[in-house]
Design a protein around this ligand. Sequence first.
Ligand code: AMP
Length: 425
Amino acid sequence: MTISSFSELGLAEPIQRALTAKNYAVPTPIQARAIPALLDGRDMLGIAQTGTGKTAAFALPIIHGLSKKGEKARPRSPRALILAPTRELAIQIGDEFRAYGKFMHLRQTVIFGGVSQKPQVTALYRGVDIVIATPGRLLDLMNQRRLGLESVEFLVLDEADRMLDMGFVRDVRKILAAMPKARQSLLFSATMPREVLRLSGEILTDPVRVEVTPQATPIERIEQNVYHVATAAKGALLASLLDDPALSRVIVFARTKHRANKVAERLERSGVSTEAIHGNKSQAARQRALKAFRDGQVRVLVATDIAARGIDVDAISHVINFELPNESESYVHRIGRTARAGANGVALSFCDPAERSYLRGIENLIKRKLTVIGDGPSVSSFDSDKPKAKKPQGGKPWHKRGRPRSSGAKSDGPPAASRRSRRAA
Ligand code: AMP
């Protein structure tokens, strides 16, 4: 059965009204497949990255299920628990729950570390139906007996792969042990490494498997280019690219906090409004930066992978990989931030000679070659000490002179690079 409208899904009327208010007309593929099974009470293993509409896929049936019973919110004893790896993601999930449930009387609160626990505890004591939490702070509050999980009917583990990457597995297991066995459980993950599969086997009973493959819709809509460039020339290349106003809302990824700060400082110096977010920034500072970016006051957001998880900002025109990620999956997560909700996007990657093996890994994962832009020699001779890129003779920035060519042909890097990447693989 193909589902072409939300009204066919049988969701409660106030939810449908909220979807109309959000201007959602058609369920995304993951929503069309997940929502009927979840309304049926099934457990679910969802393989999907952000940008597919997975949050609504689980939020809508949970809101429906909770509201159907018409129970009053109990103090300190939620009926739905959503676990997310980062504060940013938890906050965004909370925002979505609030939007979809705005014509209902459900109570929810978001719990995460790095801030005072007092308002969170106050909210719990006032009564909650839904708790959205990062594992560390939740466990803290459980240990302090500020909340109990004995009434949990719905459990969601979102971005389970990232949760395990970040070392939350023991916290997650402790949290699971405090919950009733009779509950509906959902696990979402962009990738399915063995540890995630093992965890899903422990949590889920006869789950429906819903898979929206990473290569499928979002990635195919993204133009993906690579610049082969010396490390020292990357700063100038970035500044030069940003001369083009088409790069209207840009996320720049760096591998380390230090590099993220350096890139942001350099851009600020060259007059580009920039914010950086990474693990060393306070929660308040990260929220401020995100808000400024979302509101369009800041053009460029420089982020590390972990800080950027789950960032949900529409109309990102370009994702720039200032440094390639050493895990290929991170590339998919990164570039998935552009081309949201039907828009087209562009991902530009800067690859220095030492990163060639990462590029190879990425191309293997996504089963396609990135398009190589620019001429190798002029890239490496680019002077990184100049604050701004010098325009070449023709008036056109150098990086636009070279005709894009597929890296599948001879431009795939010198033989030495291929040998290196084969060894690294
Ligand atoms: P997610 O994959 O949950 O991070 O969702 C990606 C984005 O798509 C979010 O900004 C959602 O608000 C939006 N979205 C989710 N479902 C729909 C839909 N059916 N129609 C339009 N936008 C949607």
